[in-house]
Design a protein around this ligand. Structure first.
Ligand code: A8S
Length: 170
């Protein structure tokens, strides 16, 4: 599963990386948050607003226009849903426009039930991506930038879904 969806062919001017987050909440709950292409602001703290400009937000080919919170090096991003598989828990998104430096960015997110033995109800989220290295930067810096944002997103996802799972039980 891991190598199948998170091994990417690279051009010489591209870099790739992967962020992994274990979450103390059941997979169906975590997936219900991740799969909402039309509402990433539900857990992505840097997203201010999201409008679906093409498609229904569920079918591949749907496009969303994001506005990013102030203080970041960008204000907007246009992103296309390439794949949403509710059986395999795979989501692929490409960034196709915006005023930022992530050119040719495609990310793949997969969810797996944790088999760490600590009982059921834990989820492992893996998010990998491929992106062009800007002419004025290097692969290391480009990946560090994206990894930092993804890390924040997945930590926020963990916090929110863990609270939801806790509230449901308690
Ligand atoms: C995601 C991943 C990333 C989002 C980046 C890397 C971004 O939304 C932010 C700042 C930027 O400079 C680029 O899954 C962009 O959201 C927070 C606007 C695309």
């Amino acid at each position: 599963m891991d190598t199948l969806y998170h091994t990417h062919a690279l051009s010489p001017n591209q870099c790739t990386s992967k962020v992994i987050q274990t979450i103390d909440a059941p997979l169906p709950l975590v997936w219900s948050m991740v799969r909402k292409f039309d509402a990433p602001q539900a857990y992505k703290l840097f997203v201010k607003s999201c409008d679906v400009s093409c498609g229904d937000g569920r079918a591949a080919g749907s496009v969303r226009e994001l506005r990013v919170v102030s203080g970041l090096p960008a204000e907007r991003s246009t992103e296309r849903l390439d794949r949403l598989d509710d059986d395999l828990h795979v989501m692929v998104i490409s960034i196709i426009g915006g005023d930022h430096k992530l050119v040719n960015y495609t990310s793949t997110t997969t969810l797996h039930e944790d088999d760490g033995g600590k009982g059921g109800g834990r989820t492992v989220v893996m998010e990998s991506y491929v992106v062009d290295i800007p002419a004025d930067s290097c692969g290391e810096d480009t990946c560090l930038f994206a990894d930092t944002i993804i890390g924040c997103n997945l930590k926020s996802l963990a916090k929110i879904t863990e609270k939801m799972a806790c509230d449901r039980v308690g």
